[in-house]
Design a protein around this ligand. Structure first.
Ligand SMILES: O=c1[nH]c(=O)c2nc[nH]c2[nH]1
Ligand SMILES: [Zn+2]
Length: 441
């Protein structure tokens, strides 16, 4: 066993429901055996109870549960920064031309490495990933996540209209390729499968039926898609599905909504859509950097909370601006502040929860990951700014651990991630003199 000694923070319960949800140990201890936290508390108590265990001293930084990114696109790493256009133009101009390249297996493999290392070097240890339209590229992604050890829920993206011909499939192929990927990867190591129609705009009823058939056959797979992101998209979906009551209903009628369903964005929601999401116990993945970059709008967090809809956080790379969940937390905070009375005044506890435990709940993995309670996997990121950096001065002089956490969300970047563990295995360690690189498996 290893006894980690660190200043740590976590949110074992939901701060939107419990005012004292943020737990912190200024001189804490986490006793880890076979990748699992056995005991969690103050270092002095754990040391007294286990005097002979090896101590690993992580003091000098902040140890947080690994981030859980619940909406991120594997084939969009290289289009980060396509600014200045709204969603549908952004897809045509930036995302889809790049995604069409993933039929090339060498390109898919190179970007899979860029993608996985981008996530873990940002402190993300679990991700719900929009895969590629090409089954081979999804297979390549799973090989890379398995090699590195990233906890991954991912799937082949399926569509049969309004994108580009090379990205279109048929309901029959969507079913057969999805089934083969599920049989190969779902439940293998830390990989799980998510049935992933791109969005109702590009998915006929036939594609949604094929998705539903997969979910019926494999009831414990996940479901993810986009919804209600952009007003032009919402209007087009309304015209394409005249029998549906609204956007959410296109998925609901197909039988795709449930406890393991995560819908990204949900910026433009009717009251009925929010109650349908609450009824089906699904999650909204809020992607504030993407919503800002694409001018999609303000996420109605207050209405989600009032309706009892789960909310988690996603970077939405590459509509989003990078892999940092710290930046997403800050942007979520900014946008809620700008909403005035219609916004929610987010505190550091909310930001940490949204970036960690909320994602675990969205994926129904909260019994396993998301915080530092005993029984959870040791998925953790050590934030320790480089010597001489501004962030080091700020953290070293913070008046409290909670203030340090707020400062980390305000100014922390990938450069501040020093070490990352998944299931007790170190998957990233910053080189002090060279570019950050993942530790190979
Ligand atoms: O932010 C987004 N990124 C995408 O790639 C996409 N596809 C459909 N809808 C989308 N929204
Ligand atoms: Zn997206």
């Amino acid at each position: 066993m290893t006894l980690y000694r660190a200043t740590f923070l976590h949110t074992p319960v939901n701060p939107f429901h419990h005012s004292d949800a943020l737990k912190r140990e200024d001189d804490g201890g986490l006793l880890v055996q076979n990748g699992q936290i056995r005991e969690s508390g103050s270092f002095a108590d754990l040391k007294a109870a286990h005097p002979t265990e090896t101590v690993e001293d992580l003091r000098g930084g902040l140890l947080l549960p690994g981030f859980i990114d619940t909406h991120v696109h594997y084939p969009q790493v290289r289009v980060i920064g396509g600014l200045g256009v709204p969603l549908l133009d952004w897809l045509d101009k930036y995302a889809l031309p790049e995604e069409a390249r993933f039929g090339d297996s060498a390109h898919a493999a190179t970007v899979a490495r860029e993608f996985v290392s981008g996530l873990i070097s940002s402190g993300t240890t679990t991700a719900l990933v929009f895969g590629s339209h090409f089954a081979n590229a999804v297979d390549t992604l799973f090989q890379e996540t398995e090699r590195v050890g990233l906890r991954t829920v991912a799937g082949q993206v399926v569509s049969d209209r309004m994108l580009r011909p090379e990205l279109h499939t048929t309901p029959e192929r969507a079913y057969s390729e999805g089934k083969a990927l599920i049989e190969k990867w779902h439940g293998k190591g830390e990989n799980r499968y998510a049935v992933t129609p791109r969005f109702s705009l590009s998915a006929s009823e036939g594609i949604l039926e094929a998705c539903a058939a997969l979910m019926k056959e494999f009831p414990d797979v996940h479901f993810t898609s986009h919804s209600n992101e952009n007003l032009k998209e919402v209007e087009t979906v309304r015209q394409l599905f005249p029998k549906s009551r609204d956007y959410i209903d296109t998925y609901e009628q197909a039988g795709l909504l449930g406890r393991r369903s995560v819908l990204a964005h949900n910026v433009h929601m009717t009251g009925r859509e929010l109650s349908a999401m609450a009824t089906h116990s699904c999650t909204s993945a809020h992607c504030p950097c993407s919503n800002s970059a694409l001018g999609s709008g303000f996420f109605p967090l207050k209405r989600h909370l009032a309706a009892g809809v789960r909310v988690s956080l996603g970077t939405d790379v590459g509509g989003g601006t990078g892999f940092s969940m710290l930046k997403e937390g800050l942007q979520a905070y900014f946008m809620q502040q700008l909403l005035g009375d219609s916004g929610v005044a987010l505190e550091p506890s909310h930001l940490l929860y949204l970036a960690t435990r909320a994602g675990a709940e969205a994926l129904e993995m909260d019994g396993q990951i998301g915080d530092f309670s005993a029984g959870k996997a040791f998925d953790a990121s050590l934030f320790q700014p480089p010597e001489g950096s501004t962030m080091q001065a700020v953290l070293n002089n913070a008046h409290s651990t909670e203030r340090a956490l707020a400062s980390l969300f305000a100014g922390g970047t990938q450069a501040d991630v020093k070490r990352v563990w998944i299931g007790g295995k170190e998957v990233f360690s910053r080189r002090e003199t060279a570019q950050a690189e993942p530790v190979s498996a």
